[in-house]
Ligand binder design. Structure first.
Ligand SMILES: [Zn+2]
Length: 332
C-alpha cells in the first residue's frame, strides 16, 4: 500500500504542477472509456508526460489507444477516471458562473449518465460529442466546474437501489416532459414530468419565431398539395405538449412534432412544446408564426431551472429530488 500510495503521489504531483493544482484525487475511481474520434484519418495522438495527449489540436486526458471499428476505420479511445472526464463535460453544460450547487447537480447527473453507459459490448462507453455528452478535454476545464466534480465525487442518482436513467435539457418551459410521451417506450415513475416554477427567467422560457412559409412548403408541401394555407396544433399530452402539427393545403396532414422540428431546424423550433402557430400573410411575404416554451427535449433535469433553484439556496440533492421525484443521491 505504501509503495502504491507513493507511486500515485508522484503522478498526482506531476499532474498538479501541470494544471495549476486542480487535480487532488488519486486514480481509484471508476474508469470510463471515451471515444474521442471514430475516424483518426491517419493521425496519431501525441502523448505528453503529464498524463494528457494532443489530438486534433486539443489536449485530452487519459490513456489513449487506437481501436479498429466495425466500419473498418481506426478510432481513438481514451480510458480515464470518470471524474477527470467530467471535468471537461460539466463546463460545456453549465457555465462556471452558475451557483456551485447548480454545478454540483450537473456533475451528479453527468456522472450518473456516463456510468450508466458503461458496457462490455463495444470498445468504448461514451462518445465525446452530443451523441452522449460533449467532452471538451483539458481546454474546456474551469476551476468552479472542476471543484463541483470533486465536491460530488462518487455521487450518482439512484432509484430503488439501482442507477437512475437520467436526461437533461436546457429549459423545460415550465413543466418537464413525460419520457413515455416524448420518446415512446415504457414510462419511468421519476420521469413523468413535474411543474417547474424555477425556469421562468430563462432566455427561452417563452419564444416566438417567424419562418418564411416557402421554407415550410419546401419541407411539407409535397404532402399538402403544394400549398399551405393553415396550421394548427393537435391534442396535447398531460404536460401540455401537442403531439403533432396539422398543416392544411388542398390536403391536410398531421406532422409529428419530432418530424416538424427535424425538418425546420432545432434552432428555430427550440423545443417540442409548441403553444400556438398560424400562417400570417399571403403570397411571397407569407410566414409561419410559431410560439413555444423552453429549449430542448424537456425530459428530466431543467438546467436553467436548476440554476435559479440553486440561486434561491437549494442544495443539489433537493434540486435533483425535485426534477427526478423518488430518486436519491447515493454512491454506486
Ligand atoms: Zn424548467
Amino acid at each position: 500500500m505504501i509503495a502504491r500510495a507513493s507511486f500515485l503521489g508522484g503522478i498526482a504531483a506531476a499532474a498538479t504542477a501541470a494544471t495549476g493544482g486542480l487535480d487532488v484525487w488519486d486514480s481509484s475511481g471508476p474508469q470510463i472509456r471515451v471515444l474521442v474520434t471514430g475516424d483518426l484519418r491517419g493521425s496519431l495522438p501525441q502523448v505528453l508526460a503529464d498524463g494528457t495527449f494532443v489530438l486534433g489540436g486539443r489536449r485530452w486526458r487519459g490513456a489513449p489507444s487506437t481501436v479498429g471499428m466495425p466500419d473498418g476505420r481506426m478510432a481513438l479511445v481514451t480510458t480515464l477516471d470518470v471524474d477527470r472526464y467530467l471535468q471537461g463535460v460539466v463546463p460545456l453544460e453549465a457555465p462556471p458562473s452558475w451557483p456551485q450547487q447548480a454545478l454540483a447537480v450537473q456533475a451528479i447527473v453527468a456522472r450518473t449518465y456516463a456510468l450508466g453507459r458503461r458496457t462490455l459490448s463495444r470498445a468504448f462507453d461514451v462518445r465525446a460529442d452530443e451523441g452522449d455528452q460533449r467532452w471538451g478535454g483539458v481546454d474546456a476545464e474551469t476551476a468552479p466546474t472542476s471543484a463541483a466534480v470533486q465536491l460530488t465525487r462518487g455521487q450518482t442518482l439512484t432509484y430503488d437501489g439501482g442507477p437512475a436513467a437520467v436526461f437533461y435539457s436546457s429549459c423545460c418551459g415550465g413543466h418537464t416532459a413525460d419520457i413515455a410521451s416524448a420518446w415512446g417506450g415504457a414510462p419511468l415513475p421519476y420521469l413523468r414530468g413535474v411543474a417547474d416554477p424555477h425556469c421562468v427567467p430563462a432566455p427561452d422560457y417563452r419564444w416566438r419565431r417567424e419562418l418564411p412559409l416557402s421554407q415550410v412548403i419546401a419541407a411539407f408541401g409535397a404532402r399538402t398539395g403544394g400549398t399551405i394555407a393553415g396550421a394548427s396544433l393537435a391534442d396535447a399530452d398531460d404536460t401540455g405538449r401537442p403531439r403533432a402539427v396539422i398543416l392544411t393545403g388542398s390536403e391536410t396532414v398531421s406532422v409529428p412534432i419530432a418530424a416538424f422540428r427535424r425538418a425546420l431546424g432545432y434552432d428555430a423550433i427550440r423545443s417540442p412544446w409548441l403553444r400556438a402557430l398560424h400562417v400570417d400573410g399571403t403570397d411571397a411575404g407569407a410566414r409561419l408564426v410559431v410560439e413555444g416554451s423552453g429549449r430542448g427535449h424537456g425530459v428530466g433535469l431543467c438546467q436553467w431551472g436548476a440554476r435559479y433553484f440553486a440561486a434561491a439556496g437549494a442544495p443539489a440533492a433537493e434540486i435533483l429530488a425535485f426534477y427526478f421525484p423518488g430518486t436519491a443521491v447515493g454512491s454506486g
